[in-house]
Design a binder for this molecule. Structure first.
Ligand code: ADP
Ligand code: ADP
Ligand code: ZN
Length: 215
């Protein structure tokens, strides 16, 4: 299963990717997680990416295309993968098509999670993530068993610096200008599957798995 999860910040891409990982045993490739790891490790790439990420802007296409192309060549992507947060621009989508054709691979589906803006803001402001395993939670919609502690690994939960209202507004703007056009791009290639992302988490998972099992 070779899959893209598409949707605005807070749509539930990371949350649903984790469920698909469990069902299909294929890796989640989250450019956001990889970039945050690079920032934490203060690699040259992380240092270049940090300013854009803090501002809620996009990191350059060259950087993200580089990390994804490299990641897709690793052995665990042989049977499939879930791209979460990539592509986010038309040049990224073109670069992905080129990388995949070079590897002799084709996408199976692009699942687009549709969520209203007011719900997105509520989700992002209440989002928490595990410092150790990156698992996501929500203070109201998906709370951990013990406050501030990850159910999966016992790690500490934190609030991302870019999940503040002003940065969220920038990210929504960036999404509408640069990422939303990808819906038409993938609709034209017949890969787009639209899912109602407003439903509760488990109901969204059910819709996504039904679509994937039918492929
Ligand atoms: P994305 O990866 O698209 O930015 P996340 O998966 O991190 O989104 O989800 C954003 C926040 O919303 C998280 O706190 C998550 O727990 C919560 N969330 C995800 N899906 C739903 C849903 N269907 N209903 C309510 N809250 C959700
Ligand atoms: P969310 O899904 O909540 O918007 P991500 O974790 O996917 O957040 O991304 C966080 C930040 O990392 C983005 O705001 C952007 O700065 C950077 N980023 C992630 N993926 C990409 C990408 N494909 N292209 C450019 N920048 C990216
Ligand atoms: Zn954890």
């Amino acid at each position: 299963m070779k899959l893209i999860l598409l949707g605005p910040p807070g749509a539930g891409k990371g949350t649903q990717a984790a469920q698909i990982v469990e069902s299909f045993g294929i890796p989640q490739i989250s450019t956001g997680d990889m970039l945050r790891a690079a920032v934490r490790a203060q690699t040259p790439m992380g240092l270049k990416a940090k300013e854009a990420m803090d501002a809620g802007a996009l990191v350059t296409d060259a950087i993200v295309i580089g990390i994804v192309s490299e990641r897709l060549q690793q052995e665990d992507c042989e049977k499939g993968f879930i791209l979460d947060g990539f592509p986010r621009t038309l040049p990224q989508a073109d670069a992905l098509a080129l990388t995949l054709s070079g590897l002799g691979k084709d996408l199976d589906a692009v699942v687009s999670l549709q969520v209203e803006t007011t719900a997105l803001v509520e989700r992002l402001t209440g989002r928490r993530a595990c410092r150790d395993c990156s698992r996501g939670f929500h203070v109201s919609f998906d709370p951990p068993a013990a406050e501030g502690i990850c159910d999966s690994c016992g790690g500490e939960l934190f609030q991302r610096g870019d999940d503040q209202e002003e940065t969220i507004r920038n990210r929504m703007e960036v999404y509408h200008q640069q990422t939303a056009p990808l819906e038409d791009y993938y609709r034209q290639s017949g890969l787009l599957k639209v899912v109602d992302g407003m439903a509760p988490i488990a109901a969204v998972t059910q819709q996504v798995l039904d679509i994937l099992k039918a492929i």
